[in-house]
Design a protein around this ligand. Structure first.
Ligand SMILES: [Zn+2]
Length: 218
């Protein structure tokens, strides 16, 4: 079945924000967040912040904007991974700094090529997308507020005390939406991020099936 899923299938299966739903793997958490409008809000926030940044820094690239906002950009040849997942870039708040992992960037571009996601099959595009993504994280920490803060979840209640947690995936959704808008891309980098999380053929078939269910729910 999988070999029949070509580029257009993946883009139509995971486009239109479907990737954003699936980035939250826990179906219970996902439906709670959908009900509260959190996923839509995350996408809209990312897009809105990107439009404001474009107005503020017309014609500037993400690296220049970061520099202007006092964040350093470091290009690294390290290739860190989280389990089987590649790490392309990293944001650190103190001191403000973005690290771009060049080798991961090349690997991501190759994966994009395998999926025939031509848009992301160029390491230069991947680097601009990743810098934009991390620029959003810098802005959410310094000038805006993370979307996940608006949608706190009850973690547990003990007697009169309520403990909360945040769904960090919402901030990832916002960062992907920001990067897409700022870079003017026709598809979301969230699609590639999601595909990178499902490395086996069985996993990807499963992902495709889930995406079809979400479309059916719409
Ligand atoms: Zn991120």
């Amino acid at each position: 079945m999988l070999e029949k899923i070509n580029q257009n299938d993946w883009i139509s299966a995971l486009g239109d924000g479907v990737w954003a739903y699936l980035i939250i793997p826990d179906p219970v958490l996902r439906s709670e967040l959908v009900e509260r409008g959190a996923i839509r809000q995350s996408i809209e926030t990312g897009q809105q912040v990107a439009r404001q940044v474009r107005e503020r820094f017309p014609g500037r690239r993400a690296a220049e904007i970061l520099d202007n906002l006092g964040a350093r950009v470091i290009l690294s040849q390290d290739n860190p991974r989280w389990g089987s997942r590649l790490q392309c870039a990293e944001y650190q708040q103190r001191p403000p700094q973005v690290t771009i992992y060049e080798r991961a960037m090349e690997e991501m571009a190759r994966v994009a090529e395998d999926f025939r996601l031509d848009l992301f099959a160029d390491p230069t595009v991947m680097r601009e997308v990743s810098l934009s993504h991390e620029l959003y994280h810098h802005l959410e920490r310094t000038e805006y507020s993370p979307v996940s803060k608006q949608f706190r979840l009850v973690s547990k209640r003990i007697g009169p005390f309520t403990f909360y947690k945040r769904a960090a995936q919402l901030d990832e959704i916002a960062a992907h939406a920001f990067a897409q808008e700022l870079c003017g891309l026709s598809s979301s980098p969230g699609i590639l991020d999601l595909l990178m999380r499902y490395t086996s053929a069985a996993g990807r078939s499963n992902l495709f099936r889930q995406s079809q269910e979400i479309h059916t729910l719409d």
